[in-house]
Design a protein around this ligand. Sequence first.
Ligand code: FDA
Ligand code: KIV
Ligand code: MN
Length: 520
Amino acid sequence: MRDMSMTLDLTLTSLLSNCDRLQGVNMFSQKFIRHALLLSSRGKSGIRCRFRSTQAIAEKVTDGFVEDLRSIVGKANVSTAEAVRDQHGHDESYHETTLPDAVVFAQSVEHVSKVAKLCNDNVVPLIPFGSGTGLEGGINALKGGVCLDISQMKNVIEVNAEDFDCTVESGVTRGELNSYIRDTGLNFPVDPGADASVCGMCATSASGTNAVRYGTMRENVLNMEVVLADGTVLWTAGKNKRSRKTSAGYNLTNLFVGSEGTLGIITKATIRLYGIPEATLSAVVHFPSIQEAVDTTVQVMQCGVPIARIEFLDEAAIDAFNKYSKFDMKVAPSLFLEFHGSPSSVEEQKEVVEEIAKMNNGSNFKWATNADERNRLWKARHEIVYACTALVPGSKPYSTDVCVPISNLPAVIVQTKEMLKKENLVGPIVGHVGDGNFHIFFPVDHDHPEALTKIKAMSEKMSLLAMEMHGTCTGEHGIGMGKRELLEKEVGIEGLRAMQIVKNAFDPNQILNPGKIFPV
Ligand SMILES: Cc1cc2c(cc1C)N(C[C@H](O)[C@H](O)[C@H](O)COP(=O)(O)OP(=O)(O)OC[C@H]1O[C@@H](n3cnc4c(N)ncnc43)[C@H](O)[C@@H]1O)c1[nH]c(=O)[nH]c(=O)c1N2
Ligand SMILES: CC(C)C(=O)C(=O)O
Ligand SMILES: [Mn+2]
């Protein structure tokens, strides 16, 4: 860490600005709706191949090195069995498995620190493994080495109900946390659908269906305990700190959020909690066209409705959804909605959204008031990726993930749909449209490499279109190994160089999750 202070002060100030995107506006007057309408009309399990690690690394992970790992974490917590390495060599995406040479199950931050130091001293790659639900090949051991599974560190360290925050260890998943705090009347709403580890969600800057109301991980992490490549343990906002605001120096917390295991291993996270809303109401509404569904979204957002979820599914997605989850919805472009608040505020939001949807020819509103109906709806929505892969037996999901400023969303989705048609590709579209973020789900069968080539070309075109429209190639899944070649196009050569300077300062031996984020 010798050179860190020298290199960081040149580059970090502009990178680490904090953004607060949570919405507080709540204006429902007719005047406001008209203004917003005017604004918008003006502008606007398959077969996997397994690669072995590179020879040079395999030679470093000798029997002696494995013995050293065992002496740190105990014999039972190190495995070189092929089945265990296989399970840790891929996430839930289409990326083909790449095996680590050994898997270590850490039980404490001391274990993590000593394993990191050992790997750093021997220049052996070290890949943090959260719960393996990522979608960009983040945990693939591209250069072999040690996969550090931190999922067994499962303590909830503290819950400060009166301050609406808590601190968890790396293995606690979102679902486990919410079960643990159920009696407090609080919950952690950031919801990627999968039951990912909270620290893994920090590492990928995850979001999902609730982010439109509660923000992404970036807005919800207050502090993190991180182990650096050389074994140093630090708290990004200072030990035991959990204030809502800070102006103290660089924002290290936001630097580690979204760092995808390339800068350090997140062993604890202090995050914000929210009161479980007094009233919740979900609804589904169908539209004659994609344009009308997405226009509705834009107008709802421009009116400042504090909607908790506003999810778009095109007709192909609804069809897959019906078949997989045994629903019988009208096969048409649709919005899934959810409102949170007091009973009167929910009623007010409902009325405004219903009116906007109707102005855009939305029909067949179905309201889900009881918890069972709502849970069934959202469970099915979160399984949509499996519904889409079920369209091609034996396939794995390839998901695009662009995000654009909300006013550009209708144009981007409509153009995407036209591109799909032109390329003759099957790809249901699903989106967290309140944030301007959407996915195409392509079922990928590795027995048909020509189809994968076509899908990759389409995905790149979409990313370029999103960037042109002032957006990003990844709203929430991260760069991983799938989007490395797009990063420079997005942040520019200067941005990429600044990121490389940060990487080199924190990880001079390049041991942390090598091959990820940066172009090859
Ligand atoms: C069905 C379904 C649906 C969705 C999603 C997945 C699936 C399977 N996802 C993606 C996924 O849930 C998300 O990327 C998680 O944040 C990954 O958390 P894991 O704990 O599984 O990390 P995983 O183990 O998959 O690791 C992901 C990356 O983070 C690193 N990492 C993990 N834990 C770390 C730690 N403690 N310290 C440092 N680095 C660490 C890894 O090295 C890797 O690079 C998603 N996402 C989303 O944002 N919105 C969505 O809507 C969805 N929807
Ligand atoms: C790619 C997936 C599973 C996703 O992000 C979603 O369903 O929103
Ligand atoms: Mn998503």
